[in-house]
Design a protein around this ligand. Sequence first.
Ligand code: MLT
Length: 304
Amino acid sequence: MFKIQTLNNISVAGLERLPRDRYEVASEIAHPDAILVRSAKMHDMEIPETVQAIGRAGAGTNNIPVGDMTARGVAVFNAPGANANAVKELVIAGMLLSARNIPQAWHFARELSGDDAAINKAVEAGKKQFAGFELPGRTLGVIGLGAIGVKVANVARALGMKVIGYDPSITVSRAWQLERDVEAAISIDDLLSRSDFVTFHVPLTDQTKHMINAERIRTLPKGAVLLNFSRAGIIDDDAVVTALDQGHLYAYCCDFPSNLLKDHPRVVTLPHLGASTKEAEDNCAIMVADQISDFLENGNVTNS
Ligand code: MLT
């Protein structure tokens, strides 16, 4: 019998891949063979010596001490691509709601009061105050051309946008495959200088931390919009707020609220919702449960 500890709620669709006659699965369990985790931060946790594998039901692994675990011989699995559609949909929503000032306009409409004549007068004012702009002909810069970045690029093209991409780790053959749809930028700065919107789909690492800082924001055209559905920390939020206040950036849509960002009138923050759909949660849980069982039962290491 293998013992699996779950550190977060893991979708039932995934847990069903671990038959009860061979797996005991619980949030509290002595001597686990493996851990399934979603967003729980494991860096300060005591990870039992019996653990042979950790499965992250998501793409990023920055909540897991991967280096320490690898040194201990613990296999770390993740679920790349399994939630890509969910993230893509929210990025596109973020682009539309930023361009059309939807959250601000919605708050405005909710606050309306008075008789119909007063409301009609306010509506006229709102039409002017929240007028936005359209996407066709605008350029989307996609930094990181993995599963999510490519999906976002495809929808953006269907919406009539021009797409340019940058990914320092992309292989030549993959770049060639993408070439038809996504023009490759030669550097981050090249991409920024030509983008009306920029979306980030790279993991948080020492190399990507604050990859967007005050200097890089100045490279963007005036009126650009930043979309961060990747990780807090990729973008220097202080620099973003300054650029918004100075009118250099039009809007910032970000899946990571903070005290600095949450009340800013040109910022829309969401509570890390990118992967929060039933479909994505099921897909991620199924992928990591299969990886963990294949590892424990057959010693196979897929996507570690
Ligand atoms: C991811 O890395 O894919 C997301 O953080 C998943 C999640 O929201 O748990």
